[in-house]
Design a binder for this molecule. Structure first.
Ligand code: G6P
Length: 370
């Protein structure tokens, strides 16, 4: 009811603003990276699994699938472990090549999604018994059926479009990346402490991003009039672009798609004109210069850019280019911050269009039947 909503108009908005608390709770009490974070006991079981595996297979649906796509970048770059990510409904029905030394990771807010559970059971039936879930519901079927688990503490999520579950999944997946890096001898104590310090600062960093809401609202006024939108990102921010597009289509019913920015010239550039806003996720990383030339390609075709630029980038607002500047550059954890303005953009665009934000047509919060 209205009392629970407090100052917010919808559960989705409330849940977006709960993210500093949700991430803080999810990471509470962690002073060291250790296998016991994943087995709820003394760590022996998790350590045995982590030592044994030589690859990761992530299985999930929807928004949870995109958190898995983000984690792939972390797992390969930081832990040095090959990682595949698959949509659960595809994996469960295709003929694949099982490797018993795989860590099968399911990601699910509810722990009850039928396809994700079936994909887990399929992997098990192929002899892959090292299973771990990143899940928001400790009493769920998924947690019962997986050997290892990390329970996120997003709290109950009511909005059908997932927000705080996504960012807490990313936090859990980053911890998993560090634990696997440690088990492979790739995490110095110094690095471990640096990463943990950055993680502990996330709630404060998220608060500063949430303060950008008024700027995002002014973007949303433009988007509410559009029929299409394109989202671009590169590297670990490509899945963030995918998630931004998913949020927009789910709740505002605007057709949106995301592309890795380097792929623009292989198709989507043909769609670009003044009626196709192009949202660009622009972290200050080694791909920034390449991203800027992708942005030029859009400008040259009369496309209008909406850029989430990082702190300390010299990307400035100009004709045809709207810039919102992120408060700080956040290195490897940057995807957790960059997704927040995209959640707000979808939310405020939907509000401007008068859609049923918390219960979008045709969609369910938890898809427990196939
Ligand atoms: C539905 C929800 C999405 C969610 C997906 C997977 O489609 O509307 O928000 O991402 O299911 O749900 P899960 O509970 O497995 O994360």
């Amino acid at each position: 009811g209205a009392a629970e909503l407090g100052p917010y108009r919808h559960y989705m908005q409330k849940e977006i603003f709960e993210q500093p608390r949700a991430i803080g709770d999810t990471l509470e009490g962690i002073v060291n990276i250790a296998p016991e974070l994943f087995d709820g006991a003394d760590g022996t079981a998790a350590w045995r699994v982590f030592k044994e595996i030589d690859q990761v297979l992530i299985l999930a649906c929807g928004t949870s699938y995109y958190s898995g796509c983000t984690a792939k970048y972390w797992l390969e770059a930081i832990a040095g472990i090959p990682c595949a990510v698959e949509v659960a409904s595809e994996y469960r029905y295709r003929t694949s090549v099982p490797n018993p030394r795989t860590l099968v990771v399911t990601i699910t807010q509810s722990g009850e999604t039928a396809d994700t559970l079936a994909a887990l059971r399929h992997a098990q039936s192929l002899g892959m018994t090292h299973t771990l879930t990143i899940c928001n519901v400790g009493s769920s079927a998924m947690v019962r059926e997986c050997k290892l688990a990390y329970i996120t503490r997003a709290g109950v999520e009511i909005g059908v479009a997932s927000t705080k579950a996504f960012t807490t999944q990313l936090a859990g997946l980053f911890l998993l990346t560090l634990a696997l890096a440690q088990s492979k001898g790739r995490l110095s104590e110094e690095k471990e402490q640096q990463y943990l310090t950055a993680m502990r600062h996330l709630p404060v960093a998220l608060q500063a991003v949430l303060a950008l809401e008024p700027q995002v609202i002014s973007w949303a006024e433009d988007f509410a009039k559009m029929q299409n939108a394109l989202f671009l990102g590169r590297g670990a921010h490509y899945p963030i672009a995918l998630e931004g597009a998913l949020k927009l289509k789910e709740i505002s019913y605007i057709h949106a798609e995301a592309y890795p920015a380097g792929e623009l010239k292989h198709g989507p550039l043909a769609l670009v004109d003044s009626a196709m806003p192009v949202v660009t996720v622009a972290p200050n990383d080694e791909l920034l210069e390449k991203l800027k030339s992708n942005m030029q390609e859009v400008r040259a075709r009369g496309g209008v850019l909406y850029v989430l630029a990082d702190a300390k980038t010299n990307i400035e607002s100009e004709e045809g280019m709207h810039v919102i500047r992120m408060p700080e550059n956040y290195g490897a954890l940057s995807p957790i911050l960059h997704v927040v303005p995209l959640q707000l953009l979808a939310y405020h665009t939907a509000v401007a269009r008068g859609t049923d934000v918390d219960k979008p047509r045709n969609l369910a919060k938890s898809v427990t039947v196939e």
